[in-house]
Ligand binder design. Structure first.
Ligand SMILES: CC(=O)N[C@H]1[C@@H](OP(=O)(O)OP(=O)(O)OC[C@H]2O[C@@H](n3ccc(=O)[nH]c3=O)[C@H](O)[C@@H]2O)O[C@H](CO)[C@@H](O)[C@@H]1O
Ligand SMILES: C=C(OP(=O)(O)O)C(=O)O
Length: 429
């Protein structure tokens, strides 16, 4: 086991490269199952989730070849996923349990082979996270769904149809979008999620020969085609990683140039709230400079919502930032029922937070104090890193395997901008 040790209170300054987005890369890799010849993805981040999904794709029959673009802090990898034949239509429990996004192989397998058997992912630290919306959507376009022994079996020829989502789901929109590309008829997806990662997936599918209209809106129309073909695509920069480091700049009184294309557009969901909190963003030819434009962080009122609302994946990091605000802040989580796991740990660092149901009230304090802490999910872990960077004294963040799922080269990136941060084995080595 490893942990991260941070000596807080050092101002961050410099250029910080933003990696390819985990939440775009995962569905894009699954799209590789839809074509017999290769899908080449550039700017894929080096992350545990990417490796986990690659293992699953290999188990299903894909060949995966890696072409390294160097080991600079900012370089992503180029990977080609080719699935000339599907060897297995089963995604086993042992692989799915490691990463919920494995459910995204269901749509491509079903569309291509007429069958997919995928272990039910179950809940995770942030909530129950059922997959009923995925399954109902597959039924609406012609699949038969059976649940047995903890697995879902989807089968049948996809005919297309109308899918109306009662609530917005990113994963269900992605899954049905991929499947619909190879259905025999037209699929209309109503109340589709509009996250930029879905736009990224749709553009990649179009490069592979798919026919999709309504991209970026809540109504997608997909006309099925017989085959998809080889393509090359570059994964979008990670807007959640960018938002997290913008918070780091503000909390340490620093200034970070976040390096990446179209970051301001990608950050759209977070930008309003971050600006209200006093952050300023200046566009440069390489990215965006983030810094606090006021003496202290300004208290805000934020509610997590599907895109273009404030993203739930930034909620924990925003809360860490608000622990230092002038006055008070109120943050309401509407997407996941259990996404305040960072609150007790932030409180151990001196934060003044009261939770009432899905709403947290944060009264700003002047300084956080370092402490040993641990979190049970990815973004909660990042909120503790942010708190540690700003705190007085030493913070030890334990259970850092969560961070390895979603923050590429976190220690190296922060160290290069002046943070005193290191990664050590829990036995001190
Ligand atoms: C790999 C990836 O991209 N993960 C993101 C994706 O997760 P994911 O795709 O799992 O999240 P969803 O958008 O599906 O979940 C939104 C809400 O819908 C509920 N729901 C979802 C599906 C379903 O069949 N039934 C159901 O009730 C969920 O429990 C949740 O309350 O979007 C979330 C919401 O922006 C982000 O926090 C995750 O980082
Ligand atoms: C919740 C997240 O990811 P996942 O859906 O893969 O659990 C996240 O990226 O914050």
């Amino acid at each position: 086991m490893e942990k991260i040790i941070i000596e807080g209170g050092h101002r961050l300054e410099g250029q910080l490269p933003i990696s390819g987005a985990k939440n775009a890369a995962l569905p894009l890799m699954c799209a590789g199952l839809l074509a017999k010849d290769g899908l080449t993805l550039h700017n894929l981040p080096h992350l545990a989730d990417i490796r986990t999904l690659a293992s699953l794709l290999i188990e299903l029959g894909s060949n995966i070849s890696y072409e390294e673009e160097g080991w600079d802090i900012g370089s992503g990898q180029t990977v080609t996923i080719a699935a000339p034949t599907i060897k297995s239509t089963t995604a086993p429990y042992d692989m799915v349990r490691k990463m919920r996004a494995s459910i995204l192989v269901l749509g491509p397998l079903l569309a291509r082979e007429g069958e997919a058997i995928v272990s039910l992912p179950g809940g995770c630290a942030i909530g129950n996270r059922p997959i009923d919306l995925h399954l109902k959507a597959f039924e609406a376009i012609g699949a038969t769904i059976e649940l047995k022994d903890g697995y879902v079996r989807a089968s049948g020829k996809l005919t297309g149809g109308t899918v109306h989502f009662p609530i917005v789901s990113v994963g269900a929109t992605e899954n049905i979008l991929m499947a619909a590309c190879l259905a025999q008829g037209v699929t209309i997806i109503e109340n589709a999620a509009k996250e930029p990662e879905i736009t990224d997936l749709a553009h990649c599918l179009i490069a592979m020969g798919a026919k999709i209209s309504g991209i970026g809106t809540a109504r997608l129309e997909v006309t099925g085609v017989r085959d998809l073909h080889a393509a090359e695509y570059t994964v979008m920069p990670d807007r959640i990683e960018a938002g997290s480091y913008a918070a780091a700049a503000a909390m340490t009184g620093g200034e970070l140039e976040l390096i990446g294309d179209h970051l301001e557009a990608g950050l759209a969901g977070s930008l309003d709230i971050l600006k209200q909190a006093g952050l300023t963003f200046t566009e440069t030819d390489r990215g965006l400079i983030a810094r606090l434009g006021t003496d202290r962080i300004i208290g805000i009122n934020a509610v997590t919502q599907p895109y273009p609302g404030f993203p739930t994946d930034m909620q924990a990091q925003l809360m860490a930032m608000m622990t230092l605000c002038d006055g008070a802040s109120v943050i309401t989580e509407t997407i996941f029922e259990n996404r305040f796991m960072h609150v007790p740990e932030l409180s151990r660092m001196g934060a003044d937070i009261t939770v009432n149901g899905s709403t947290a009230t944060i009264r700003g304090i002047k300084r956080l104090l370092g402490a040993p802490v641990m979190a049970t999910d990815l973004r909660a872990s990042m909120s503790l890193v942010l708190a540690g960077l700003a705190a007085e004294g030493i913070t030890e963040v334990n259970r850092i395997y969560h961070l390895d799922r979603g923050y590429e080269r976190l220690v190296q990136k922060l160290e290069a901008c002046g943070a005193k941060i290191s990664r050590v084995r829990s036995d001190g080595v």
